[in-house]
Design a protein around this ligand. Structure first.
Ligand SMILES: Cc1cc2nc3c(=O)[nH]c(=O)nc-3n(C[C@H](O)[C@H](O)[C@H](O)COP(=O)(O)OP(=O)(O)OC[C@H]3O[C@@H](n4cnc5c(N)ncnc54)[C@H](O)[C@@H]3O)c2cc1C
Length: 373
């Protein structure tokens, strides 16, 4: 039996560990934190009993049937549709911007075709080649919707003016000309009944897998293993040799409330004079549970320091150059596969994370079974 090490007990590490364990490998998983599930970690709030998404709200959505069947084989998913609201300039609106948002915002009763013409008339057609996020938003929706729904939120989320961000961030017209306020278009959407951590614990539950919590994997340990799958930060693996890859981190300010604080799971705040980007009221993620008390997180975004948790990769010009240097090192590092959101420095939704992990495990097994045949 060959020994495999996996750094990181998030979704990437769990799926790869399971596939390799099933194929007969002995797998040791190292995790820096004192719990599994990485950033998808859920736990019950000790005061209210509500299931909390500890590192920010996570909604499972996918078009990938195999991935949907995979998660459902470990945990029952209950129906959940993400419907986000935003508070802007003293009023509440529906997101993503849809016909209700447009009609409420402009005080109109437009039908879809009328709304299309109306938004086109607001758009700044003098911008023929948008370079920045701001250009792109103005060209798509015009100044009013841009100011209310994009400008402040984007500035708070990324810590810079939308005039410093590339137009490519806003690829398509971010407006729906109907009353569909379901945030995601995917065929399958839901929430794990007992939380993501319960699901991931079940993925890990195999006799060939052992987990070492509170144990950060070190590069020098790779010599003890036939292969390493590393889902920690790419730059940390190489001792930050080319500097730190830029991330945004999040701070959560917890507060409790008796009853229903905001009536929905996620309320965004677009105005710049509100320092947080959104408030998450966690009990609305489990509508099948009943709780009198409520726990909410105010979410603040800021630059990620050396001791902070990396959340969103920034990937502007500076990071792209550093990333190329790290990727070159990663290609040359034998016996290690860099996986997941931190190992590849990309934002990955959970379904994409699982798809990539399944593919990486299968590619490894195919190559190694060929070698041993
Ligand atoms: C705020 C936020 C909201 C999100 N919302 C959604 C959503 O609604 N829907 C969706 O599909 N996706 C969402 N995601 C994406 C989701 O979190 C990722 O898809 C998922 O976490 C990726 O899993 P991973 O295993 O690659 O990484 P992670 O979950 O980050 O796991 C990596 C693990 O490696 C550990 N580690 C790091 N270095 C080491 C080391 N040297 N040794 C050992 N362990 C180490 C870390 O502690 C961590 O536990 C969201 C992400 C964020 C940041």
């Amino acid at each position: 039996m060959q020994d495999i090490a996996i750094a990181g007990a998030g979704l990437s590490g769990a799926v790869i560990a399971r596939e390799l364990a099933k194929a007969g490998y002995r797998v040791t998983v190292f995790e820096s934190r004192n719990h599994v599930a990485g950033n998808c970690h859920t736990q019950r709030d000790s005061e209210t009993g509500v299931m909390v998404h500890v590192y920010g709200p996570h909604i499972f959505h996918t078009d990938d049937r195999e991935v949907w069947d995979y998660v459902n084989s470990f945990e029952r998913f209950l129906p959940y549709q993400n419907r986000v609201k935003t508070t802007s300039q003293g009023r509440v609106y529906s997101l993503p911007i849809n016909l209700l948002t447009i009609n409420q915002f402009f005080g109109k009763t437009l039908r879809p075709d009328e709304a299309k013409d109306f938004i086109a008339s607001r758009a700044d057609t003098s911008i023929t080649e948008p370079v920045t996020f701001e250009d792109q938003a103005l060209r798509f929706v015009g100044p009013e919707l841009y100011e209310a729904f994009f400008k402040g939120y984007t500035q708070k989320q990324w810590g810079c003016s939308p005039t410093e961000l590339p137009a490519s961030i806003l690829k398509r017209l971010p407006v729906r000309f109907n009353y569909d306020d379901n945030y995601f278009f995917h065929a399958y959407q839901g929430m794990p009944e007992k939380g993501y951590t319960a699901m991931i614990e079940r993925i890990f539950d195999h006799e060939n897998i052992s987990i070492k919590l509170s144990t950060p994997f070190e590069r020098s340990w790779k010599q003890h293993y036939a292969h390493v799958f590393y889902s920690g930060p790419l730059d940390a693996y190489f001792g930050h040799e080319f500097g730190r890859l830029g991330y945004r981190t999040l701070d959560f300010e917890r507060f409790t409330y008796e009853g229903d604080y905001q009536g929905c799971a996620v309320m965004n705040y677009g105005d710049l004079d509100v320092p947080y980007t959104r408030i998450t009221e966690h009990k609305h993620f489990s509508p099948w549970e009943k709780h009198e008390g409520s726990v909410c997180y105010r979410e603040f975004s800021r630059a990620c320091g050396a001791d902070d948790i990396p959340y969103y990769p920034i990937r502007l010009v500076k990071e792209k150059e550093q990333l190329a240097a790290y990727e070159e090192h990663a290609r040359r590092e034998t016996g290690v596969t860099f996986v997941g959101r931190l190992g590849t420095y990309r934002y990955l939704d959970m379904d994409v994370t699982i798809r990539e992990a399944l593919d990486q495990a299968r590619a490894f097994l195919a190559t190694n079974q060929r070698k041993s045949a």
